[in-house]
Ligand binder design. Structure first.
Ligand code: HEC
Ligand code: HEC
Ligand code: HEC
Length: 117
């Protein structure tokens, strides 16, 4: 009985972990509501003109589980809910390949142009 219960508990735990691990996209307009500055700088960038578009969630991960303000205000919780803070390796999946300019520290710092304004 104890064994069955712990198997059931393990199953529920893994089911929860799975549902938490599969966030869905909410769209750039949803991010814009709270991140207008980042939205404007992104909207003026080359990334916004790519096909397919490289939007907020293409870099930061799909937002359905982290977009709630309570989660967003807690970086650890946001990360657990799927928020990604991209590193240079993630940029290098495009930058430095084909005709895309190589990733440098200076370029990395300019990912949100408002920071350098
Ligand atoms: C309801 C408001 C709200 C929405 C919607 C929202 N955010 Fe946030 N976000 C916040 C708040 C508040 C913070 C905490 C830091 C701050 O004040 O900017 C934050 C922080 C962040 C951070 C920085 C995290 C860190 O560890 O430094 C990123 C990246 C981010 N949000 C991306 C997004 C993306 C992408 C979306 C859309 C999918 C989104 N947010 C939607 C309110 C929101
Ligand atoms: C090309 C990938 C990329 C895209 C697209 C992108 N971001 Fe970011 N974002 C980053 C990186 C990288 C950082 C961390 C920058 C740093 O460490 O200086 C960041 C940081 C942030 C932060 C933390 C505060 C700040 O200003 O640095 C917020 C909030 C944020 N992004 C929101 C957004 C939203 C909203 C969108 C869409 C409108 C978006 N990002 C699009 C890569 C991206
Ligand atoms: C899906 C491919 C792709 C990814 C991933 C990507 N970029 Fe880009 N990025 C481009 C393309 C294409 C251009 C425009 C051509 C060029 O500059 O070589 C560009 C341009 C830029 C520019 C020039 C300024 C502008 O107009 O936006 C910066 C800065 C930049 N990227 C930073 C980053 C950073 C930092 C990351 C990772 C967090 C990143 N990019 C991830 C494809 C990508």
């Amino acid at each position: 009985m104890i064994l069955i219960r712990s198997v059931v508990a393990a199953f529920i735990a893994s089911a929860c972990a799975l549902s938490g691990a599969a966030p869905t996209r909410v769209g750039t307009a949803a991010c814009k509501m709270c991140h207008k500055v980042q939205f404007e700088s992104w909207n003026a960038s080359a990334h916004a003109k790519l096909k397919p578009v490289l939007d907020c969630e293409a870099c930061h991960g799909p937002g359905s589980e982290y977009k709630a303000v309570k989660v967003m205000k807690d970086p650890a919780a946001a990360k657990k809910a799927g928020l990604i803070m991209p590193d240079k390796a993630q940029c290098a999946t495009c930058h430095g390949k084909k005709k895309v300019s190589p990733m440098t520290d200076a370029m990395f710092a300019k990912v949100h142009a408002h920071k350098k304004a």
